[in-house]
Design a protein around this ligand. Structure first.
Ligand code: SAH
Length: 243
C-alpha cells in the first residue's frame, strides 16, 4: 500500500512537525496515533516516517529513512492574472504536472478588479498548490511569486530559456523550442520560463515587449485554447520532452 504523504512545516535532523489545518485533519479526521506510518517531506527531501506524538493542532513524526524523490519540472509558469476560479484550477493542475514555480503577472488585459485583488490572493494560491503537491505526492511545493506587473517579469534578468505562448504564432511549436533548449543544455535539464496570457490574450505592446527581451513566441497548435488548457498542454509537452 502506498503511504500517505505530508509536507511538513517544521523539521530538524530527526523529526518533522505538521501544524494548523494539516495537523487537525490528521488528528481528528484520520485519527492519527503514535506508530502510524507516512511519507513526510521535510525541506524538499522525502522520508519514511512514523507518528511520534499527536496533539489537536500538532503532529510530530520521527524520520526513519530518506526515500527517493522526483524532482520538479524545471519550469516557471508566468501566468497572467485572469478569472480566479479558472486560474486556481490551472495552478492546481500545473502543480500536479510538476511545475517548479508560478509567477502571477498583471497583464494589460487583466481585469482591473482582479489586478487589485491579486495581491491578497497569493496566500490562498500557496495553500492550493501545497494541497495539490501533497495530493500528487510531490516532494516539494511550487513557489508562488508575489503578483507583479508583466513588464517587470519580462525584463528581469534570467538564465532560463524564455518562451511566450501566443496563439498568433504559426511556425515555431513549443515542442520545437523545448527540444532546442534541451539540445543546448546537453546533459543538464534546461530551465524554462513559459508565459501564458489572460482570457483576452496578449496586447500587441506586450508581444513587442516579449520580443525585445529575448522571449521566443511559440504555438500549441492551430486551435485557440483557454489559458488553463494552454497551461496544462504546455506542461505536458515539457514533461514529454524532458522526462
Ligand atoms: N486572444 C484570444 C484568447 C487568448 S487565450 C481570443 O481570441 O480570445 C489565452 C492564452 O492562452 C494566450 O494568451 C496564449 O498565451 C495561450 N494560448 C491559447 N491558445 C494557444 C495556442 N494555440 N498556441 C499558443 N498559445 C495559446
Amino acid at each position: 500500500m502506498t503511504r500517505r504523504r505530508w509536507i511538513a512545516e517544521h523539521w530538524d535532523e530527526a523529526t518533522a512537525t505538521l501544524v494548523g489545518a494539516q495537523a487537525e485533519h490528521m488528528a481528528r479526521v484520520l485519527r492519527a496515533q503514535a506508530g502510524m506510518e507516512a511519507d513526510v517531506v521535510a525541506g524538499g527531501r522525502v522520508f519514511h516516517a512514523e507518528v511520534a506524538a499527536v496533539r489537536p493542532t500538532e503532529v510530530r513524526f520521527n524520520l526513519i529513512a530518506e526515500v527517493q524523490a522526483d524532482p520538479a519540472l524545471p519550469v516557471t509558469l508566468v501566468l497572467a492574472v485572469y478569472k480566479f476560479d479558472r486560474m486556481e484550477w490551472a495552478m492546481e493542475k500545473a502543480t500536479e504536472l510538476g511545475v517548479a514555480a508560478i509567477a502571477p503577472v498583471i497583464a494589460q488585459r487583466t481585469e482591473k478588479h482582479l489586478a487589485k485583488a491579486a495581491e491578497k490572493r497569493a496566500e490562498r494560491w500557496r495553500r492550493i498548490v501545497h494541497e495539490a503537491a501533497q495530493q500528487s505526492r510531490r516532494s516539494d511545493v511550487p513557489l508562488i511569486h508575489e503578483p507583479g506587473p508583466l513588464s517587470a517579469q519580462v525584463r528581469a534578468a534570467s538564465g532560463a530559456t524564455r518562451i511566450v505562448l501566443a496563439e498568433q504564432e504559426r511556425t515555431t511549436t513549443l515542442r520545437h523550442a523545448i527540444e532546442e533548449a534541451a539540445a543546448a543544455a546537453a546533459a543538464e535539464m534546461p530551465t524554462l520560463e513559459i508565459a501564458i496570457g489572460p482570457e483576452g490574450g496578449w496586447a500587441p505592446g506586450e508581444e513587442a515587449l516579449f520580443d525585445a527581451n529575448g522571449w521566443r513566441a511559440t504555438s500549441l497548435g492551430p486551435r485557440i485554447l483557454r489559458a488553463e488548457t494552454a497551461a496544462i498542454a504546455a506542461l505536458a509537452v515539457v514533461a514529454s520532452c524532458l522526462e
